[in-house]
Ligand binder design. Structure first.
Ligand SMILES: O=C([C@H](O)CO)[C@H](O)[C@H](O)COP(=O)(O)O
Length: 210
């Protein structure tokens, strides 16, 4: 099981300073969608240059022009790029094709997908690397989480790795781990904590114990 740190509410320099504190505890650093919107793919480039041994995920949440956007994120140094499960089949297939060409990986974010079971099976057949259930900020705000959805994709996904994101904290992590995802994504549960390093260490310990 791997741990991904999501950076969403920081600028590039703040992100780099944050990762300095926790780099020994995380496998993947996510340049979150708000950071890409604010700073562009420069954020991916600078993070990868600062931490060449960490994998960097560009959370582009691609919806269209997938091949081109995967190519640009790859050129910036991303190891993993996200596309939405709600995108056209052709877009997801295009993303996979370009990622393979570039030696990169595709994570499909299933946020807002209504028929999760059906779509997860379809997307799994396209050769994507990760399928991620995700409760975004707006649904977290009304008390939702992705724990049941994680069990659904664990049941139906046969090829891709499974991932889970959205409001995961130290106290809810054991429930997540019980479902055995391949990748756990934590943002505010680490970055919003008073003790960032200590929390990342505790979360990593639980994730690695599986
Ligand atoms: O993808 C995310 C969100 O849509 C904002 O871009 C977050 O990175 C993801 O939800 C993980 O962050 P937390 O919910 O703070 O753990």
């Amino acid at each position: 099981m791997e741990l991904q740190l999501a950076l969403d509410l920081v600028n590039i320099q703040e992100g780099i300073e944050l990762v300095k504190q926790v780099e020994e505890y995380v496998d993947i650093v996510e340049i979150g969608t708000p950071v890409v919107i604010n700073e562009g793919l420069r954020a991916v480039k600078e993070m990868k240059e600062a931490f060449p041994s960490l994998k960097v995920l560009a959370d582009l949440k691609i919806m269209d022009a997938a091949g081109y956007e995967v190519m640009k994120a790859s050129e910036a140094g991303a190891d993993i790029i996200t596309i939405l499960g709600a995108a056209e089949d052709m877009s997801i297939k295009g993303a996979v094709e370009e990622a393979k060409k570039q030696g990169k990986k595709i994570l499909v974010d299933m946020i807002a997908v209504k028929d999760l079971e059906t779509r997860a099976k379809e997307v799994d057949a396209f050769g994507v690397d990760y399928i991620c259930v995700h409760t975004g900020y707006d649904l977290q705000a009304v008390g939702k989480n992705s724990f049941e959805d994680l069990q659904t994709i664990k049941r139906v996904v046969k090829n891709a790795k499974t991932a889970v994101a959205g409001g995961i904290k130290l106290d809810t992590l054991p429930e997540v781990i019980k479902a055995q995802p391949d990748l756990v994504i934590v943002g505010g549960g680490i970055t919003g904590h008073a003790d960032i390093k200590g929390t990342a260490a505790q979360i990593q310990k639980l994730v690695k114990q599986g």
